[in-house]
Design a protein around this ligand. Structure first.
Ligand code: FAD
Length: 288
């Protein structure tokens, strides 16, 4: 099913993200992750694409696993290290496997490579245009409530986002954030630019303090004081951090839904038990 139809048909959607195993890694474990997540009945499951397409084949395989479990998959696809031919091959493989949804991304610029490379795509909008011309897929794009790290201004980043949406994105999924007010402010600003596609809020349940400090350093995501206090107090104790991280993400999602946000995407880090705890906390709210 196309995600645009799912988003149109439901008051609130909850979706999950998984990343495929490295080539040669245990597929059985991945099957278990996917089947446990599918058991939570998410509206769809997204499958990431390794930097520079390193796990490209695995993305397709995991998207097929999702499909076999009866859940709609969306395959991420990056273009910074790809030319037109490679992308067309990818589109044919995805369509051949029955995958109907693509999150079209530029991808991070690989270190030590020339950018822009005249043989490759420059921005996600170029990929979005190509996929739209192809006509077989529902297309999503990424957005950054705090601005993309490479962008010198949040305003300019939103102008580029408008170009990307006009190129053919039917919905957007946001980078994780830990302060909902930043997300609400972003929604207000993009609406002022007449970006009217659904925006799905990306929520990351943090259960590992060291990992989140590293991720937020790279992505530039702000950690509000309330969240830093939790990291400082519980970061050294994995069991407490897990409990606090689940509670924080639950609280964030309740606030998002209460404020009218209609789509929430949980970055599961391939830990279905964490997504399960959050879904359990929200069972009445989500009516499932
Ligand atoms: P773009 O939309 O192309 O934006 C990249 C930068 O270029 C921005 O700073 C933007 O402002 C600027 N820009 C855009 N158009 C123009 C223009 N016309 N002129 C000047 N500047 C312009 N990475 C992976 O490798 N695999 C994944 O599976 C993956 N999944 C992701 C999922 C989500 C929800 C998110 C938020 C990110 C994901 N990423 C993934 C990371 C993403 O690839 C990087 O953040 C990447 O650096 C930007 O990708 P983009 O598609 O947002 O690029």
């Amino acid at each position: 099913m196309k995600i645009s139809e799912i988003l149109r048909g439901k008051a609130v959607t909850v979706s999950c993200e998984v990343f495929p195993p490295k080539p040669g890694a245990d597929q059985g474990q991945m099957e278990q992750v996917v089947s446990s997540l599918a058991g939570l009945s998410p509206d769809f499951i997204s499958v990431t694409y390794g930097a520079a397409g390193k796990t490209r084949q695995n993305t397709l395989e995991v998207a097929c696993m999702v499909q076999r479990c009866g859940v709609t998959p969306i395959a991420h696809l990056t273009c910074v290290s790809a030319g037109r031919e490679k992308i067309r091959e990818q589109l044919d493989s995805l369509a051949g496997a029955g995958v109907e949804n693509i999150l079209a991304l530029r991808g991070d610029i690989p270190e030590g490579t020339e950018f822009p490379d005249p043989q490759h795509y420059r921005y996600a909008a170029d990929l979005v245009r190509e996929i739209r011309e192809d006509g077989r897929f529902c297309i999503g794009g990424a957005c950054y409530p705090e601005g993309h790290v490479e962008s010198d201004s949040r305003e300019r980043d939103m102008d580029h986002l408008k170009e990307k949406v006009e190129a053919g994105c039917e919905f957007l999924t946001s980078q994780m954030f830990f302060d909902n007010d930043i997300f609400y402010n972003f929604l207000y600003h993009i609406l002022a630019r007449e970006i009217r596609v659904p925006v799905i809020a990306g929520v990351m349940p943090v259960t590992n303090a060291r990992q989140i400090r590293r991720i937020t350093q790279i992505s530039g995501t702000a950690l509000p004081l309330r969240f830093r206090m939790i990291l400082d107090r519980f970061g050294g104790d994995p069991a407490s951090m897990k409990q606090a991280g689940i509670a924080y993400a639950t609280d964030q999602i309740i606030d998002l839904i209460a404020n009218g946000v209609r789509g929430v995407h949980i970055y599961t880090m391939n830990r279905p038990e964490i997504a399960a705890s959050i879904m359990e906390n929200l069972s009445s709210i989500l009516g499932r």
